[in-house]
Design a protein around this ligand. Structure first.
Ligand code: SF4
Ligand code: SF4
Length: 148
């Protein structure tokens, strides 16, 4: 009989940047559609509409902006390749190590925006910036006796 694994113990044994689920920071999403276009499984569903904003001052022009109506990922199709996270130019998608989201039906594996936002809570903080390289000094002239 297979041994049951405690999910808490399993979570503690995983590397912090495990690809468990994808989290969405909705306010960073500009509806550019890059993630949905590049996803090899076509399992990102985005719906949006355009809104017109008035000119910011006299002589200005009206502007149009995209407003997100729906953002969902179907994790029954997702193959966890990470392309969507990599291509998002606005840091709206992140890997979260959360993995305990099995369900009784395939439909439960389609996570809508509020659920994708909930996964943000488990996203690890970004790594500290790498130690900067020392600034380059003035060019060093070759010594007089040096032969080439
Ligand atoms: S991880 Fe890959 S398969 Fe899954 S939603 Fe992103 S691009 Fe699509
Ligand atoms: S690539 Fe990023 S900004 Fe563009 S639609 Fe996807 S999540 Fe939104």
């Amino acid at each position: 009989m297979p041994e049951l694994v405690d999910s808490q113990q399993l979570a503690e044994s995983l590397p912090p940047r495990t690809r468990g689920v994808i989290a969405l920071l909705e306010e960073n999403c500009t509806v550019c559609m890059l993630c949905a276009r590049e996803c090899p499984d076509w399992c990102i569903y985005i719906e949006a509409h355009k809104e017109t904003t008035p000119p910011s001052g006299p002589g200005g022009r009206e502007r149009q902006r995209n407003v997100l109506d729906r953002f969902a990922i179907d994790f029954s199709l997702c193959m966890y390749c990470g392309i969507c996270v990599e291509v998002c130019p606005f840091d709206a998608l992140f890997w979260s190590p959360a993995f305990a989201y099995s369900g009784d039906s395939l439909q439960e594996l389609t996570h809508e925006a509020p659920q994708l936002r909930d996964w943000l809570a488990a996203v690890p903080a970004p790594p500290a910036t790498e130690r900067p390289l020392p600034l380059a000094g003035p060019p060093v002239a070759p010594s007089a006796g040096a032969s080439s």
